[in-house]
Design a protein around this ligand. Structure first.
Ligand code: DAK
Length: 260
């Protein structure tokens, strides 16, 4: 696919997906959503050697300053629900991606931008990152699951404070609350994300995928996370990588995982 609003590059098995709408502070329009959907459901899964994905924003000012407010003009109830549903689907695809996805938050991460970062498995904040859910300023609630994932990450009281006041918080506060995994110098976000992905790349890929599935199951009201873990454990016990991992431990050598 020729992307219009994403830049996709690969290095050492890691994909970097950059939202490339710098003039609009990387606001998430329909094209960005369609292209993210394509990357995470078609291109990414086809790359068998993929270790993980970094998502970031073009330029030094924004990760993504929200849903594209210009696309809200003429929205009625039915169209708004369809828009919201589409965003939910795309962010679920990212959350359920079987390889780790890390948001490298290089600036404003507001509204839909913060929701995208929260759908990723981890968040690295640059020193100038600003997080917030300012939807109530527009007369809206979050539309892409911010009211759910913010609670999962920082708890109900703080989530309600951010959602109801529309306050923006900086990188250090986001780190203190558990919204950001690490704070790094501005411009070092992608490098830190890649460092983490490289470490994960030395582990057994099927175990990584099953671990993501088990953690997601905790938050899925239709799943039983405990049973998901039991089944994952049984599945992994039959893999070549499990035999290789345990043999390597006994033989005091580094495991060579094949993802089988
Ligand atoms: N959408 C479209 N364009 C945006 C944008 C956005 N979210 N944010 C910034 N831009 C554009 C600006 O219009 C401006 O474009 P030009 O005027 O140059 O053409 C350019 O980016 C630079 O922005 P500023 O000139 O405003 O830059 P500043 O440094 O002065 O200010 C700022 C930076 C981030 C504080 C400011 O741009 C700002 O407040 N931006 C809006 C932040 C925001 O409110 N974002 C939306 C959050 S709400 C739903 C679906 C989705 C959602 C809700 C419901 N349903 C289906 C029901 C999600 C909602 C949100 O994401």
């Amino acid at each position: 696919m020729d992307y219009q609003s994403l830049l996709v590059s690969y290095e050492d098995g890691i994909a970097t997906v950059t939202i490339n709408r710098e003039k609009a502070l990387n606001a998430l329009n329909k094209t960005v959503f369609a292209e993210l959907r394509h990357f995470f459901s078609v291109e990414g899964p086809a790359r068998k050697d993929l270790i993980g994905v970094v998502i970031t924003g073009a330029g030094s000012k924004a990760f993504a300053a929200g849903a594209d407010i210009k696309e809200f003009m003429g929205l009625d109830g039915e169209k708004a629900m369809a828009l919201s549903q589409n965003g939910h689907e795309v962010f679920f695809i990212i959350e359920q991606f079987p390889k780790p996805v890390i948001a490298a938050v290089n600036g404003f991460s507001l509204g839909g931008g913060c929701e995208l970062a929260m759908a990723c498995h981890m968040r690295i904040a640059g020193a100038k990152a600003r997080f917030g859910q300012p939807e109530v300023n527009l007369g809206l609630t979050p539309g892409y699951a911010g009211s759910q994932r913010l609670i999962q990450l920082i708890g109900k009281g703080k989530a309600l404070e951010l959602l109801l006041t529309a306050d923006m918080i900086g990188a250090e506060e986001a780190h203190r609350l558990g919204l950001a995994n690490h704070v790094v110098e501005q411009g070092e976000e992608v490098a830190k994300a890649k460092e983490i992905l490289k470490k994960i790349g030395t582990k057994a890929p099927l175990a990584i995928a099953k671990t993501i599935e088990c953690v997601n199951a905790y938050f899925d009201k239709n799943a039983n996370g405990f049973q998901t873990e039991v089944k994952a454990f049984g599945f992994l016990a039959e893999t070549e990588d499990f035999r290789e991992g345990s043999n390597a431990f006994i033989e005091k050598r580094k495991a060579e995982f094949k993802g089988k």
